[in-house]
Design a protein around this ligand. Sequence first.
Ligand SMILES: Cc1cc2nc3c(=O)[nH]c(=O)nc-3n(C[C@H](O)[C@H](O)[C@H](O)COP(=O)(O)OP(=O)(O)OC[C@H]3O[C@@H](n4cnc5c(N)ncnc54)[C@H](O)[C@@H]3O)c2cc1C
Length: 581
Amino acid sequence: MNRVAFVAIASILTQRKVQLQSTGDSRHIHYKLKSREEHLADALLNEYDVIIVGGGATGAGVSLACANRGLKSIVLESQDYASGASSKSTKLVHGGVRYMQQVFQLSEKNRLEKLQLVAEALRERSNFLSMCSYLTQDFPTLIPCTNLFDLGYYYFGSLIYHCVYLYYQTGGHTFKPPRIVGKEEIQQHFKFAKCNYGVIYYDGQFNDARMVQELLVTSSLKGQNMANYVEVKGLLKNEQNKITGVQAFDKIGQKQFQIKGKCVVNATGGWADNLRLMDDPTVSKRIVSVAGSHLTMPQKYGSHQWGYLIPKTNDGRVLYLLPWLGNIIMGTTERKLDNAISDPTVSKEEYRWLLQSFCDEFAIDASEVAKDVKSKWCGVRPLVYQSNALSTKEVSRTHEIEVSKSGLVSVMGGKWTIFRLMGEQAVDKVQGLIGNNQKRLENLPKLVGDWTQFDNKKEIQDMMKMFNLPQTYAAYFLTTYGDRAYDVLKLVHEKPENKESLHPQFPHTVGEILYQIRYEQARKPEDILFRRTRLGFLDQNAIFNVYEKVFQIMAKELKWPEKFQKEFLKENFEYIRKLEF
Ligand SMILES: Cc1cc2nc3c(=O)[nH]c(=O)nc-3n(C[C@H](O)[C@H](O)[C@H](O)COP(=O)(O)OP(=O)(O)OC[C@H]3O[C@@H](n4cnc5c(N)ncnc54)[C@H](O)[C@@H]3O)c2cc1C
């Protein structure tokens, strides 16, 4: 039996095993997930078809595409999953109204390229939402208008955006057409709004870091491996200078080891040039790192249902105010960096610009608003450089897949919305290199545990009854973990101490943190505070309150030696302190 057939059958059996674990009620399946240590033990025994370097949106997309085509892969992530750009996005699943606008600008030289970019992303927008319904939603965004010329301009612009979507859509989630709204309706959502009318258009939204986690869980249940805190330090090559594996370093176990693979995919985002240079020191750099910052505000500054797009701020950039997990996020800026930095911080200038642009739009006092800022974060957008670009606004958001002579497949640029497409295209290249020809799936793969095909209200009510939860908490678990919510809550209810709440304003408990350590590879408090839960993005004061508790849970569960605990507590607390206002 050839290897591909073997992996495909193993993958089917793994899924079958999942089905067999179902309890009496066929809806509530127990998902048997491996620990980080089990994944690493597999890594030493296996020879992989594909080694994926980087555990962000791109790496997770490649992993899922491998799983769906019967290839055996491992994702190696040097920090935590989604700790790069993939947890720090604006959380939009979109075609990009800004690029649509550029298509019609007289000065625009790459009209066709921009249109293709929007069309491709709009098609993927539908795919994204239908693949992962429980983590995503469509939502209306208001473009405020102060005169009839603007109203006509933005309405027809949004209509063309919608028509491009209708023309290129190949299935998946459907979006409503744009519409014009009057002052009364606007005031119901934005009490500070000054405009008399506006245009509503629709896009998608999601929980980015959780999405990486859910994609990896799906891949893992389909037989793929993954380990965080494993840095790729070198590439192994044979006498013909072809890649045969990687030299890796486990930062938790402090061990150096080799992993064998037929092909390596470089999904390292802003760090892509490092791996390209490791492969061939003569290549020229292609990545431009552009930092983007956001602020989190309380809901009183916006709407819990509508987004608000300021189409032109004082420097010509757009600014979004978006409802997200009970708060409003405001962003983004664009600041060119010399290199990709692991944890870039929001600069004073960006902070001021964000606040001032918001206050100018609504004519409110910036010093008052500043007191209410709940969190701030900054991410690095990995753009692919074209020599004719004059500014970062002009560096294309398109993606490129490069195959080196030794067989390194580098996936560069792009955006979250098109992660699935980038994954499929990267695996097309991989197949060319390793001589496999299994076709892409005809139907869109659903995430494991997608319950939204069932009656949503009933699902939430069942969960409320079964675990004695308020409605908002039941909704939180189902929209965060999909069907795995039952496994999480069973662990919460296993012992009385697991029910202990971390913070009175959030649904997180000791049991949920234990689940994230055991089955989602959380290994540092920041993994829990920023990416498994989104506390750090929602309320930075809350993380100072819960930090020590989370640390203690991890120290006990992971059996950290006492000496190590002291050093680690200090090092990690300093990391968290850096975020203080
Ligand atoms: C401010 C901002 C807002 C954005 N908003 C949106 C949006 O609303 N919608 C949208 O569609 N897109 C958005 N994007 C773009 C999107 O977030 C990125 O395109 C996407 O997250 C990139 O994913 P990635 O996996 O390529 O990179 P990353 O998420 O950065 O992942 C790369 C990973 O590689 C790891 N790595 C690096 N070197 C090594 C090594 N040697 N060994 C192992 N691992 C390594 C890193 O630790 C990192 O985790 C936004 C980006 C930014 C910065």
